[in-house]
Design a protein around this ligand. Structure first.
Ligand code: GLV
Length: 332
């Protein structure tokens, strides 16, 4: 597998944290960085990739059939992130291209955002912060600005994996919340650690005071939180999504909030991204929206840069790629 016989040229689709770039350079690789804030168009990405052997990508690069057909010469793609729904993994595998990612290191930071959104929505914090700027803080009003409390409530996790477990840890520790979850398969470790209870999807909807989405985006999860799902939730429920915007239907969510079908929503992911600044969700009292910042801390982004770089470095050293999404690619 060693590719040491040829010059390694890595295309970085963004200006990533310096530690990752330094690792690549110290390994003797040639590095090209797309320095503009604007992501490359797919045409630009395809064209630039022609003169490179490896791609260091993010979720905004469209690595689909067209890209993989035109860039089948790439030795490896390493994604800066845990999610890879922007990459057609089957086709990458068919093209013989290993795809790496950066799991684990971002679980705590991402769960912090879900946890923070939950508290913010329950106490209308984003909205009230903006109301002060509008000059609306006049008197103490005993019956105004009332939120709801989280203590001893039920947290329903849709997708209890690494990030979901960190959310469960925070909610159990801070509020003694009961944890229920719905997954493709049981997470016995989480059941032991958090006394989490596996439930069917409808039960998750019906029993949860807070529903937090932590699954990957795939055919089964896309659009799963739609009108029918929101209608099954409690009218006091809070919906949190820090995973992918396409897992909820945003029009249906707006409808559910407008009609008191659910109580509030906290989103770190929207559909589309970026969210339109005129989106009425942004001016709702019980809604908090963030611009996809789950992993955005100095510490976590640094660790992600290191992991993404090491996937490429170990590959060219002829070693096992530490975080390989499609291990079947190396089987043959
Ligand atoms: C961010 O959304 C990621 O997938 O890492």
């Amino acid at each position: 597998m060693s590719k040491n016989h040829k010059r390694v040229r890595v295309l970085l689709s963004r200006m990533f944290p310096a530690n990752g770039i330094d690792l690549l350079r110290n390994e003797g690789f040639e590095v090209t960085i797309w320095e503009s804030e604007r992501p490359m168009t797919q045409e630009e990405l395809i064209e630039k990739s022609q003169s490179h052997t490896a791609l260091f990508s993010t979720l905004s690069e469209k690595i689909d059939a067209l890209f993989l057909e035109r860039c089948s010469h790439l030795d490896i793609i390493s994604q800066f992130g845990v999610g890879y729904d922007n990459i057609d993994i089957d086709r990458a595998t068919k093209a013989g291209i290993p795809v790496g990612n950066t799991p684990d290191v971002l679980s705590g930071a991402t769960a912090d955002v879900g946890f923070g959104l939950m508290i913010n929505v329950s106490r209308k914090m984003f909205y009230l912060h903006k109301s002060i700027a509008r000059g609306e803080w006049k008197y103490f009003r005993p019956n105004a600005n009332l939120g709801i409390e989280l203590g001893d409530k039920t947290l329903g996790i849709y997708g209890l994996g690494r990030i979901g477990a960190e959310m469960a840890r925070r909610c159990k520790g801070a509020y003694n919340m009961k944890i229920i979850y719905h997954n493709r398969s049981r997470n016995l470790k989480a059941e032991r650690e958090f006394e989490a209870r596996y439930v069917g999807f409808d039960e998750l909807l019906e029993l949860s005071d807070v529903i937090s989405v932590h699954t990957s985006l795939n055919e089964e999860t896309a659009g799963r939180f739609d009108k029918t799902a929101f209608e099954k939730m409690k009218s006091t429920a809070i919906f949190i999504n820090t995973a992918r915007g396409l897992i909820h239907n945003e029009k249906d969510l707006a409808w559910a909030l407008e009609n008191g079908i659910i109580w509030g929503a906290g989103l770190d992911v929207t559909s589309p991204e970026p969210m339109d600044p005129g989106n009425p969700l942004l001016s709702r009292e019980n809604v908090a929206v963030l611009p996809h910042i789950g992993s955005a801390t100095v510490e976590t982004r640094g660790k992600m840069a290191e992991l993404a770089a090491m996937n490429i470095i170990e590959f060219y050293r002829g070693n096992k790629v530490p975080h390989l999404v499609n291990p079947e690619v190396l089987a043959g």
